[in-house]
Ligand binder design. Structure first.
Ligand code: MOS
Length: 741
């Protein structure tokens, strides 16, 4: 690409109008004649057995079609085999309505199907359930006994020790050690989980599902119910927020498909907000960090241990501690990661899983060490800058973190920081500044795309990826328009349908790098055909040109930079006597090229808080987030991703916690009134800086992905600013005002 028309230039969302006018439809909004409605019955206990279910009153209600429980629900033939989804973890996935055993609070124990939602919901209230309850254990903080290292093959096992961290810690001039904790959190996307399963006349299923991966839901449905891919098409054109919650097929999908197959009817199942707290959360972790340093700030020892929770039936793991061995240069590193089984549902990936929580501990501890050393916290990070991934001994494919520190500090005015805590006040408000580093992976997955250019100059590109709000529609449209030199208005990008070429789950910040590369390659394949036709034209100025010599600009193919050599692509197709050109390609990561390098995105986050000295109220007044995330394809939606990450980071630091009643084993604040998220009034000035990085190793586009890096480091930076403001260190997140008083 030479002349850049769209890539790197701010473009408004191509799906923006559809979203604000309500034209965009979500899983629970697709209708069909004769649709029936399922309402999920949730367990009132967290552990034990169902002794008896009496559904007779509910069944006799007008409009109730069936009530499925473990007593009468089918057990599909494939149920007992090890079916896995693309985000499965080690263990045995939860099987809804399988037996009388209760494994977690709000476990689905029945599905009432009726001809209206209201009747189904009312009928559900009439079902009488008797339980034999046992005392659940849901308390990660109860002094750990018998925790264990994860054993699953899919687990994120920390790398082996580097040097001798225990000895180096003992011998270090300055030592610091502390324990950190953060509460579990729930994703709380705006859109409820829903599946509308339409039973077509030929018995095939058309499934509108809220998922981050249509193919993942399809695989699950076909494997569990023994259907062919043709019999189960999954569609998800719009998703009202995912954040990881849609990486695994959720139980409403199972229940809706099961009921549709049993009743031979179309069925919709929508979960309530309360039920959205029943299928996966960011796990709470208890972490200890020990740092040893020389008086000049050089890190001599890093020790980081985390105890995390998982369910009793699966082993969920995430990369919590590994970052501590990659963020800074240090010869002696020791990491540990342990799990405890609790009577909760299996945790689930949530935006930057592991990094968002592990780096809270690392980056808070480093801040604490900086005060012990009397070294500016930013300076301390620069002193210990890692030039390579020291675990793997590999260079980074690119790493402009130093520039993030410099540009972020400059914008923020960090040089004016007074080193002492409690040194700035405005009336009753204490003002503080904090900094933290963030890090995430730059991954690429196998993905396919199809491009179809028709003689009217319209280009349709498709790939079965998703757009959970990240801007996929926009970025892909831009890449396609750019590659073939077409106006944005003439390009349509389709996603969210298993009839499109296969794409991975939308997660891991890898959509632009994976699907974007596939889109570019599919469009280039069309371009190659176009060039062939253009070359065959009479007196073609391109006759001797190879694909590398040409570019596509304003509907023409021309020698690079030579406008006069341009040939209209429509004219080329006309003379080539084709009405359309269609090409499908599968883009694979270049493993040989990539494996020699560590591939990561980085960030530096600067935060200013004000804390009311008397009331403890905290306000994050300013954030500067400087991001090194490779090439930025779509600056406007990219900035929105980072803004969203920062907002969530603030929310993590100050508000979000899923509060358990350990007697009941239940998340008690299962609604948006009591589960606090940052709202407009909590959010003030946020500046995003994208630091330039050129990287042709991560993928041909040079994009590292920006969906997750924005949140990493933010909560630590907020906590560090609060300490600087107040002189009080809170190691227990979220930092609510009661902890400051
Ligand atoms: Mo993300 S937690 O990979 O949706």
């Amino acid at each position: 690409m030479t002349a850049t028309t769209y890539v790197g230039k701010p473009t408004s969302r191509v799906d923006g109008r559809a979203k604000v006018t309500g034209e965009a439809k979500y899983a629970a909004e697709f209708n069909t004649p004769g649709l029936t409605y399922g309402y999920v019955l949730s367990s009132a206990i967290a552990k034990g057995k169902i002794k008896k279910i009496d559904a007779s009153d509910a069944l006799s209600l007008d409009g109730v079609l069936q009530i499925f429980t473990h007593e009468n629900a089918p057990r599909p033939a494939y149920f007992d085999r090890k079916f896995k989804d693309d985000d499965s973890v080690a263990g045995s996935p939860f099987k809804p309505l399988y037996d009388a055993e209760i494994k977690f609070s709000q476990q689905p124990i029945g599905l009432v199907v009726a001809d209206s939602f209201e009747v189904a919901r009312y009928a559900a209230s009439l079902v009488k359930v008797e339980y034999e309850a046992e005392q659940p254990d849901t308390n990660l903080r109860r002094k750990p006994k018998g925790h264990k290292a994860p054993k699953g093959k899919t687990g994120f096992v920390p790398p082996k020790d580097r040097g001798n961290a225990d000895k180096a810690f003992k011998n270090a001039e300055v030592q610091f050690e502390a324990e950190y904790f953060h509460m579990p959190e729930h994703h709380n996307p705006m859109e409820m989980f829903a599946s509308t399963v339409i039973m077509e006349e030929d018995g095939k299923l058309k499934i509108y599902d809220k998922t981050q991966g249509a193919f993942n839901s399809q695989t699950y449905v076909t494997k569990v119910f023994g259907l062919s891919k043709e019999e189960a098409r999954v569609i998800n054109p719009y998703i009202g927020g995912g954040f990881g919650s849609g990486l695994r097929p959720q139980y409403q999908l199972y229940l809706a498909v099961m009921a549709a197959l049993e009743l031979k009817r179309s069925v919709r199942v929508v979960l309530t907000r309360q039920q959205m707290f029943s299928f996966g959360h960011r796990p709470g972790t208890l972490q200890t960090v020990a740092l040893g340093a020389a008086q000049d700030g050089t890190l001599q020892s890093i020790k980081h241990e985390a105890l995390a929770e998982t369910s009793r039936f699966e082993e969920y793991t995430e990369t919590v501690v590994n970052w501590s061995g990659m963020l800074y240069h240090c010869d002696n590193v020791k990491l540990g990661y342990y799990l405890r089984n609790l009577d909760l549902y299996t945790p689930l990936d949530m935006r930057a899983p592991g990094a968002a929580t592990g780096i809270i501990a690392t980056e808070t501890a480093l801040d604490e060490l900086s005060y012990k050393l009397n070294i500016d916290p930013l300076e301390l990070r620069l002193i210990n800058y890692a030039e390579e991934n020291e675990f793997e001994g590999k260079p980074f494919s690119s790493k402009a973190l130093r520039e993030c520190y410099h540009q972020g500090a400059e914008k923020f005015g960090w040089a004016r920081r007074k080193p002492q805590p409690r040194s700035t006040r405005e009336g009753t408000k204490l003002i503080g500044w904090g900094v933290a580093t963030g890090m995430w992976d730059a991954q690429q997955q196998k993905a396919a795309a199809k491009a179809n250019l028709s003689i009217d100059g319209k280009l349709v590109v498709g790939s079965g990826t998703a757009d959970i709000g990240t801007g996929t529609y926009t970025a892909m449209t831009m890449i396609a328009a750019e590659t073939l030199g077409l106006p944005l208005e003439d390009v349509t990008f389709k996603l969210g349908d298993t009839t499109l070429p296969q794409a991975p789950l939308q997660g891991g910040s890898w959509t632009v790098s994976s699907v974007g590369t596939a889109v570019q390659e599919a469009c280039e394949a069309v371009g190659k055909k176009l060039l062939k036709m253009a070359k065959k034209m009479k007196n073609s100025p391109l006759s001797g040109a190879s694909f590398e010599d040409v570019e596509f600009v304003e509907g023409k193919v021309q020698l690079k930079g030579d406008y006069a050599s341009g040939v209209s692509i429509i004219e080329a197709m006309r003379q080539g006597e084709v009405n359309f050109i269609e090409e499908e390609t599968t883009a694979l990561p270049n493993f040989l090229k990539q494996m020699k390098y560590a591939r990561n995105s980085h960030s530096a986050v600067f935060v200013e808080v004000e804390v009311d000295e008397d009331l403890g109220q905290i306000c994050v007044r300013r954030v500067v987030s400087a991001i090194a995330g490779g090439r930025v394809i779509s600056p406007k939606t990219a900035r929105s991703q980072i803004l969203g990450g920062v907002v969530w980071g603030i929310s993590m630091a100050l508000h979000e916690e899923s509060v358990l009643d350990h007697n009941l084993g239940r998340f008690m604040n299962h609604n948006l009134a009591e589960y606090h998220v940052a709202v407009n009034a909590d959010i003030h000035d946020i500046e995003v800086i994208f630091v330039e990085e050129h990287d042709d190793i991560v993928n041909p586009l040079g994009a590292k992905g920006l969906g997750e890096i924005g949140i990493v480091g933010v909560a630590a930076a907020v906590g560090n600013a609060i300490y600087h403001a107040t002189g009080k260190r809170v190691r227990d997140f979220p930092i609510t005002l009661d902890k400051l008083l």
